[in-house]
Design a protein around this ligand. Sequence first.
Ligand SMILES: [Zn+2]
Length: 441
Amino acid sequence: MSDPILGLLKTKASEAFKQGDFTTARSLYSHSVDIDPQDDTHPLNRSLMNLRLTRWSDAEEDATKALALCQCTKNDHKQKAYYRRCQARREMGDIVGAQNDLKAFASTGGARDLVDAEQKKIDSSITTPQLVPAHQSLLLESKSAPSERTYFIDDAGNKGLGAFAARDIHRGDLILTEKPLLPFPHNSPSRTELRLAMDNLSPTDLLVFLSLKNTRPDRGDTIDGIYKTNAFANGGIVIEASRFNHSCRPNARYSYHEATNRQRIFALTYIPEGEEIFVSYLASRNVYGATRNQRQAALRAKQNFLCSCAACGLDRQLSLESDRRRTEIRSIWDRMPTFNPRTDGRAYLQIVVRAINLMKEEGYWADADDFANEAAALCSMHADWESAKYWHGIVYETRVAEFGKDSAHTFKARRDFEDPRSIDHPYAGVFHGQTFADIRL
Ligand SMILES: [Zn+2]
């Protein structure tokens, strides 16, 4: 079964062609050639774009390729290929080659007036070779790029491309804000929804979409493969944000800001200029609460790559220590609901402290709010408002760094921090008599 992207590529390339954007049309046809190399139509179409772009030798090569592939019983495609190759060869000064192609064009039923006009050009040996750029990058500059770059895209070794700090970046700094190319804020789109959204893309945006990685090329559906490889849980397809690689010890975090329909990335730690910026592709507990094997299995299933990040690439001994810490964090999280909040308050807060400290030891600088939030709730139950404020402060600080000051998550944390007694918790203030002022990070 042929890949559904082929029909879309044809439509969008022809749209770009009509707009006079031959570069985009040519790149779109190149994708068709790569996806479906046995069909002569794709090199034939691309040869015309090459002619328009005065890329004579590329046009000649494509026409030759189309002729070799052509199985048509009618002469339609052959005629076009001979005609295009004739023009390319004439432009390059290959008069003999051009003359032969023109004969072949005529003998396959090429229009008489075209033959005559072309013959005149060959006779007068008009050759206007022009220098053209040898390479035109498929990667277009993103329109959403901030004017003062906090990062740049560069070769990241076996990971392909990656994002690197363009200057020293500090915890809580906004690294990227970007409007999604295909916004699906809340859920995974159905195939029909995705196809409809793709139909509405401009030819250049389709090209940008196709420049993204597809870790499932074997499955035969390019749109689906690229979407699933790159889509964010919230926010759909975001081009620049997709260029940031994964680490199980990330120094940055992405989040979708619904109020502005932007995907954003904030720094979790200090990132010196030149260092690679990593986000986590896995949800919180599946990264800070999972062993190397568990994380690698999850990433392989989700993204089809073997993670060799700073945490996964540790030597055996250090890796065992890292696994032990993450397993303990996970087990703390799982045990927390079993504590009796009335009688086990102190022990509860002590394991919260333990969990957050283990995260720090592990070099994991996100999600302390998961635990601190529970600690704040417990202190509220005991009406220890000072301690509640302390833990709300940890939640607030973490969320500012993770999501920015203007996110809904952060607004709530700020309100609780500023007025702990206003907390919306059914058990707030039900116990009295205990204070936890001595249990802090
Ligand atoms: Zn990893």
